[in-house]
Design a protein around this ligand. Structure first.
Ligand code: ACM
Length: 262
């Protein structure tokens, strides 16, 4: 299958323009699975709950989710993307998984980063495994990377591919996700963004370098740090079924959970 990433530069607060950018890329890329960044339709640097509330949407049912459903249907593909969600008065940093036949599910970011803690509510849904025609796909969002338990949990549930919509600022996630691939023998896909947002006296520069790593930690796709990019590569998700590090080391069966004392 062809797995792709759109390393995007969302325009802050310009939802319609951001949706059109995604539409152009997804319609041209022709891949089976495409990942977009965290908060791709709105940008990142919201300064208050009130401001974010003007942009957050119901999932499913909101405009952005419906737009992605139509896009996935038109292009016969699966799409993973991050967007702001509102449920009652609560705001979540959420990612959706959508297929050619419609909305499949969502994941709410568990580990909020920096000032996200002031405006979003931490995720309250279990880590998800989504079925993509027999391939097991899971979503994590940005700062979730720093907790190895997250990828381990979904890998133990059988995930072949972990998709990682991101708005990364610091340089370590690419290295860590490569290791997450190796230690779990899974594919990982970072869909990071680029560009700068200056709001409320703070300047955030997003770090690009989106990548796809295979279960041996090989980098199959890697983007530059400061410009938009999109591409896809052929992957065989079944490779992630093999958890033998050597013929005598099964990464999961040889774990010693009783000794870890977490
Ligand atoms: C992040 O979690 N957006 C760094």
């Amino acid at each position: 299958m062809k797995a792709g990433i759109y390393q995007m530069k969302p325009l802050f607060g310009k939802k319609e323009a951001n949706l059109r950018k995604a539409e152009t890329v997804i319609s041209n890329l022709k891949c089976d699975l495409i990942a977009l960044p965290e908060l791709f339709s709105t940008g990142y640097s919201f300064i208050s709950k009130a401001e974010l509330g003007n942009y957050a949407e119901q999932i499913p049912g909101g405009n952005t989710t419906e737009f992605l459903v139509e896009l996935a249907c038109k292009n016969s593909c699966y799409i993973a993307a991050g967007l702001a969600e509102i449920e009652n008065d609560d705001l979540y940093n959420t990612a959706v998984f959508i297929g050619p036949h419609g909305f499949i599910g969502k994941y709410r970011k568990l580990h909020l980063f920096y000032k996200e803690k002031f405006i979003f509510k931490a995720g309250n849904l279990p880590l998800q495994i989504f079925n993509m025609e027999g391939i097991k796909v899971s979503l994590i969002i940005c700062f979730d990377w720093i907790y190895p338990e997250v990828c381990r949990s979904v890998a133990l549930k059988g995930a072949h591919i972990v998709i990682h919509p991101s708005n990364l600022l610091k340089p370590w996630a690419q290295m860590a996700m490569r290791i997450r691939s190796v230690e779990n023998r899974i594919f990982t896909m970072i869909a990071n963004r680029v560009g700068v947002e200056s709001r409320s006296g703070e300047r955030l520069k997003f770090s690009g370098r989106s990548q796809i790593s295979d279960p041996k930690g090989e980098i199959l796709l890697s983007f530059p740090k400061a410009r938009e990019a999109f591409a896809c590569v052929d992957i065989d998700p079944a490779v992630a079924n093999d958890k033998l590090f050597t013929p005598h080391n099964h990464l999961f069966n040889d774990r010693k959970p009783l000794m870890y004392d977490l």
